[in-house]
Design a protein around this ligand. Structure first.
Ligand code: NAD
Length: 514
């Protein structure tokens, strides 16, 4: 049996001099892994392994599901007033501990403190939305649909639901899911990314401290073994997934085949179109911020800049001019504006696109390997800019997920639109222009789920829903907001008549309204 962890704090690592251990969270407490399998968690800024995270076996997933199933009857029967009271307390505790959560994000993901605090703030929005669950779960009522007959609809929870989350938002994406799921009366099993699992354990502690009953929220760590058990487990009613497109497709196909409700959000290649009338300085600031923030490891990062007509030369020059000033380094250093990539393997893959882009005829204007930080410890790469990219090149076709901005030059709005609409992904997109008519046409024409007009990262606020189109989302409902409430509930419609013996008679005809 593995040793009990100090969840998420890294204290074990510091006291023993070796990596600490991160275990599961089942039924309101740390559950040491018994499978004998574990994975490394690194500080990407130093390249040093800080923790080993337990990988769950199918049996351990079953324990978490059993705890969630046992907690469900009482939790679904808990009044809305009580549930929202607990959510308000969760909100207060996450707010109080936002720096601590952000610290874990920086230590295990590598993002800067400012960026990590932004992640926590955007996650917190979803908890705030879920605090309004008494209003969100209101049904409909129609009086006297037929003589003496009323009809009403109610929303009920599904039961045990699961969330499988990616490495790039280890706090926010779980909050996208569990806040609405538990508010609606479900119990939850989270399988966070094995690369940066610490934040989920601190969140689990805060949920317990807020008074959430044991078993309502559980965490199992691991890899495909845990995920596959979640997908086939007969008790789990629904699965929310966020991650890369191949895995999202697999989750959707496997989960729905097992009869589950599934929403699976995948990868992205977000285009930012700049029309010739755009303000060059503002567009350059936006492109640089949205391409390199969080080292480009955001599903809503601007990955492809589409420069229309004459705007290309001055725009590329304005971006190029801004790049040497970006300070890349350890995310915990307040001077750093961009941190490292998640692993060395991922950094090497990102770098391969600089080489393939050059080989395939693009011009690498700035190569992140020239930044001295590349030679330092950790998984750092400087910012990179590739110009004269075409749709056939690998650096366009693949999601790079790193600090690499590619520029595609097109002659017209129509060409820009065709490029985006032909792309297999359809997560976010943005247009930069001063022409309201052009912006409105773009919003009408473009095949993407989230559109920004002079806003480069149009992540919807928590009271709308988040989701892409095409290969960026498998399923029918987007995540969080109103779609989240729909996803985590099923409706029941009650048709009701109270006894009126005077008008009662036998009638074998199909019920009609009268
Ligand atoms: P990933 O697909 O590798 O992993 C996501 C989750 O799936 C993790 O929990 C992981 O353990 C699990 N997983 C990985 N391989 C698996 C397999 N073979 N079988 C079963 N489960 C498996 O994604 P990632 O690298 O952690 O995250 C980056 C990706 O997530 C990018 O593609 C990014 O665009 C995407 N993403 C999308 C959104 C969105 O909202 N659309 C948001 C954030 C990230």
């Amino acid at each position: 049996m593995t040793q009990i962890a100090e969840p998420g704090t890294g204290a074990a690592a510091q006291s023993s001099g070796g990596p600490g251990r991160i275990s599961h969270w089942i039924d309101g407490r740390v559950a040491p892994g018994t499978a004998g399998r574990h994975g490394p968690v690194y500080n990407p800024a130093t390249g040093v392994q800080s923790h080993a995270v337990d990988f769950a076996s199918a049996d351990e997933v079953d324990l978490a599901v059993a705890a969630a199933a046992a907690a469900f009857p009482a939790w679904r029967a808990t009044s809305l007033a009580k549930r929202s009271e607990i959510l308000f307390r969760i909100r207060a505790l996450v707010d109080e501990h936002r720096r601590e959560i952000a610290g874990l994000l920086t230590a295990q993901h590598g993002k800067t403190t400012v960026d990590a605090l932004g992640e926590v703030a955007r996650g917190l929005e979803n908890i705030e939305f879920a605090c309004g669950v008494p209003h969100l779960l209101k049904g409909g009522f129609s009086e006297q649909v037929s003589t003496g007959v009323d009809v009403f609809s109610i929303r009920q929870p599904l039961g045990v639901v699961a969330g499988i989350t990616p490495f790039n938002f280890p706090a926010m994406v779980p909050m996208w899911m569990f806040a609405n799921a538990i508010a609606c009366g479900n119990t939850f099993v989270l399988k966070p990314s094995e690369k940066d699992p610490g934040a989920s354990m601190l969140i689990a502690e805060l949920l317990r401290e807020a008074g959430l009953p044991n078993g309502v929220f559980n965490v199992v760590h691991g890899d495909k073994v845990a995920v596959d058990r979640i997908l086939e487990h007969p008790v789990i009613q629904a699965v929310s997934f966020v991650g890369s497109t191949p895995i999202a497709r697999y989750i959707y196909e496997t989960g729905t085949r097992a009869g589950k409700r599934v929403q699976a959000l995948g990868g992205a290649k977000n285009h930012m179109v700049v029309l010739p009338d755009a303000d060059i300085g503002m567009a350059a600031d936006a492109a640089v911020s949205a391409a390199y923030g969080s080292a480009g490891e955001r599903c809503m990062a601007v990955a492809a800049l589409v420069a229309v007509g004459t705007v290309a030369d001055p725009l590329v020059a304005a971006i190029h001019e801004r790049l040497p000033r970006i300070k890349v380094g350890d995310g915990s250093d307040p001077a750093s504006e961009m941190g490292p990539l998640i692993t060395r393997l991922h950094r090497d893959k990102v770098v391969s696109y600089l080489d393939s882009g050059r080989e395939q005829g693009a011009s690498v204007v700035v190569d992140g390997r020239d930044d001295p930080i590349y030679a330092a410890d950790g998984f750092h790469l400087g910012v990179s800019l590739i110009d004269h990219v075409t749709a056939e090149m690998d650096c366009y076709k693949d999601e790079i997920f790193g600090p690499v901005l590619i520029v595609i030059r097109v002659d017209s709005y129509d060409e820009a639109l065709k490029l985006i609409n032909d792309n297999p992904y359809g997560n976010g997109t943005a247009i930069f222009t001063r022409d309201g008519g052009a912006a409105r046409q773009f919003q009408f024409d473009v095949s993407a789920g989230m559109v920004g007009v002079n806003v480069p990262i149009p992540v919807p606020v928590a009271y709308y829903s988040f989701g892409g189109w095409k290969a960026s989302l498998f399923g029918d409902l987007h995540m969080y907001g109103p779609d989240g409430i729909n996803f985590y509930t099923r409706t029941k419609v009650v048709t009701e008549r109270w006894p009126d013996p005077a008008s009662s008679k036998v009638d074998l005809g199909f019920p009609r309204t009268r």
